[in-house]
Design a protein around this ligand. Structure first.
Ligand code: FES
Length: 110
């Protein structure tokens, strides 16, 4: 489930032009009090809360591969789609948000 409440329509917020994103990479955006990493990877878009639940490092600084971003703090890897951590015991995860691109503008549902 995303941070947007299930069953409610998200409030779509424009965060930039898709053409300004790295083809394989992330940009950090701010929506109100939220810092969100918005990723373009393998032709798809993802948005994750930009704070590792382990020790608070910004996830958008990490490398991306195989639909995962690696935290530069201690190497935990997060699924870009679900926010779940791979290979660590417990239910560690980071919040996710829906993303869409409309007429070249990236929008996040918050
Ligand atoms: S701060 Fe992210 S893995 Fe430790």
């Amino acid at each position: 489930m995303t941070d947007a409440a299930q069953g409610e329509s998200p409030r779509w917020t424009p965060v930039g032009n898709a053409a300004d994103w790295p083809a394989e990479g992330a940009k950090l955006v701010t929506v109100g009090p939220r810092k969100i990493g918005v990723y373009q990877h393998a032709g798809a878009w993802y948005a994750l809360k930009d704070m590792c639940p382990h020790a608070g490092v910004g996830l958008s600084k990490g490398p991306i591969a195989d639909k995962m971003v690696m935290c530069v703090g201690h190497g935990w890897r997060f699924n870009l789609e679900t926010g779940k951590v791979l290979g660590i015991p417990g239910d560690w995860r980071v919040g996710t948000y829906p993303v869409r691109v409309v007429d070249g503008v990236v929008e996040i549902g918050v």
